[in-house]
Ligand binder design. Structure first.
Ligand SMILES: [Zn+2]
Length: 271
């Protein structure tokens, strides 16, 4: 029965778990159970983090940054190449014009000085256009050189970032196999620790664990809770001896005797 019967504030055991069922030895078996559960939780979190790609997120971010820079440079390169070709076409057209006009001047077909001067002006203008286009062509080529050098260095960085990402992913997946092996070992330990524990004791433990965010059990050493350090009335230890499930008044964890009762070493322990 997991029904939440309202129990006295710090005590279960009047119903369900009876005094004969919950011996200090049984209570102490909650400790390895809790240890195994804690390990299982931590391993599952780590496995989830690997599955979500967390271990290589940083390397992925760096790779993406270099890839973005590399793509921006490639776009810049294309634009410059278009500019260079456009300037080249303009230069060639202006040079053709200049050749044609020079031929006209030299051809002797011009009838007047006025016509001659007009062709001369056109020729001068065509040569200027050719010169301007050539300058634009050279500027684009110089920029292309610079962008090419930058693209090379960014390409090397990108390759390095890709390699780092590959290594991080490989390491994480290698670790995943190890984590899964450790998880199944911890689950085995958990099953052994839980075997034979009364169902009501397990249910109370689970409930305390949920409430305590993963920690449900604390040792009671003499009359001090080892989890939170609170000094509890001596009656608590007595209630535990009588087979009651008792919670710490402060941290609400199920209290477990620090050593099997009657163990003289425990009584002599000064801590
Ligand atoms: Zn406590």
């Amino acid at each position: 029965m997991r029904a939440r019967v309202r129990a006295p504030r710090n005590e279960w055991g009047r119903r369900g778990v009876t005094a004969t069922e919950v011996t200090p030895e049984l209570l102490r078996r909650l400790l390895p159970l809790q240890e195994a559960d804690g390990e299982i939780d931590a391993l599952r979190r780590e496995i989830q983090a690997v599955q979500a790609g967390e271990p290589w997120r940083e390397a992925e971010g760096r790779r993406e940054e270099w890839a973005r820079r590399s793509e921006a440079l490639a776009r810049r390169r294309q634009a410059l190449e278009r500019e260079r070709r456009q300037a080249e076409l303009e230069r060639r057209a202006a040079e053709d014009d200049a050749r044609r006009l020079a031929a006209r001047l030299e051809g002797g077909a011009l009838r007047s000085a006025r016509e001659y001067e007009s062709v001369e002006r056109e020729l001068a203008a065509a040569r200027r256009r050719a010169g301007d286009a050539e300058t634009a062509e050279l500027v684009a080529m110089e920029e292309l050189d610079a962008v090419g050098r930058e693209a090379e260095s960014v390409g090397r960085e990108l390759a390095r970032a890709e390699e780092a990402l590959r290594r991080d992913r490989e390491a994480a997946f290698g670790r995943l196999a190890e984590l899964e092996a450790r998880l199944s070992a911890a689950e085995g330990r958990r099953a052994r620790a839980a075997a034979g524990l009364p169902a009501e004791l397990l249910a109370a433990y689970q409930e305390a664990r949920r409430a305590g965010r993963g920690l449900g059990v604390a040792e009671l050493h003499r009359s001090r809770c080892r989890a939170c350090g609170l000094e509890l009335p001596a009656a608590f230890a007595e209630r535990i001896r009588r087979g009651r499930l008792v919670r710490c008044e402060n941290c609400q964890r199920i209290l477990v005797p620090a050593e099997p009762s009657g163990d003289p070493a425990a009584q002599a322990d000064p801590t």
